[in-house]
Design a protein around this ligand. Structure first.
Ligand code: ZN
Length: 235
């Protein structure tokens, strides 16, 4: 079991791109896994190849460490889990405070698939962009949930899995700052130009913080984080 190999849950979005850069800095062999669960838009999945290549172009060390990419077809899960990410529903908040973009069980399932693949690939570290600070009310982004799953995976697969969540306690401005610290303006530019976060799959409008509709919850978080980060740098 290699302690210096990691598998990154990589969607092609801003957060998982920062996680991939973090892993490439820290671990000697880094593989990526992506999931197609019947999202309404495949824009994020399409960004994955571009971003992986962009990261390899930024640093020879990263290029050498970046290993295989794996894409899991989980469309069956999309059928079970009908939400506004997999169906054309308006994004609203329900009476319990959960947004309709919440996909029940998604992170739990992705981490289980990732661990099964990691087991086979002789990898013990799983890296994910879950974040409790900007977590939009998703209960499976909490560190306490991930601690419980880490324990379940260790017991269930008899391997010393670690779920590494470098963004857990950062807000979106700090995530931009982390990208800058890891890869300078080159990485910030790659994130702006090539990653995708918008829930509506909108890529026709380019803002200073990247592409998106500008008004869905994901765009609003990304944009306000970028503005705060730029403001902090100027201060
Ligand atoms: Zn949007």
């Amino acid at each position: 079991m290699s302690q210096s190999a990691a598998l990154v849950l990589f969607s092609g979005g801003q957060d998982s791109t920062v996680c991939l850069a973090y892993a490439l800095n820290r671990y000697h062999r880094v593989e990526t896994i992506g999931f197609d669960y019947g999202q309404r838009h495949t824009v994020e999945l399409d960004c994955r190849t571009t971003v992986r290549k962009g990261l390899a172009d930024l640093s020879p060390v990263w290029a050498e460490r970046l290993g295989a990419d794996h894409v899991c077809d989980l469309k069956g899960f999309g059928q079970v889990s009908e939400t506004s990410l997999t169906r054309e529903l308006e994004i609203v908040t329900d009476e319990s405070g959960l947004p309709s973009t919440f996909v029940p069980g998604r992170n739990l399932m992705m981490l289980t698939f990732a661990a099964a693949l990691a087991w086979r690939r002789d990898i013990s570290i799983l890296v994910g962009g879950m974040c409790e600070t900007d977590y939009s009310g998703y209960p499976d982004c909490r560190r306490s949930t991930l601690n419980a799953q880490e324990l379940a995976l260790r017991r269930g697969m008899d391997r010393p899995f670690v779920i590494d969540t470098p963004l857990m306690w950062l807000d979106k401005a700090e995530t931009w700052e982390m990208a800058f610290d890891l890869g300078g303006n080159g990485l910030v530019d790659l994130i702006v130009e090539s990653t995708h976060t918008c829930y509506l799959g909108e890529r026709s409008c380019r803002h200073v913080w990247g592409y998106g509709c500008g008004s869905c919850p994901a765009c609003e978080l990304r944009a306000s984080g970028y503005r705060k980060w730029k403001g902090d740098l100027a201060a």
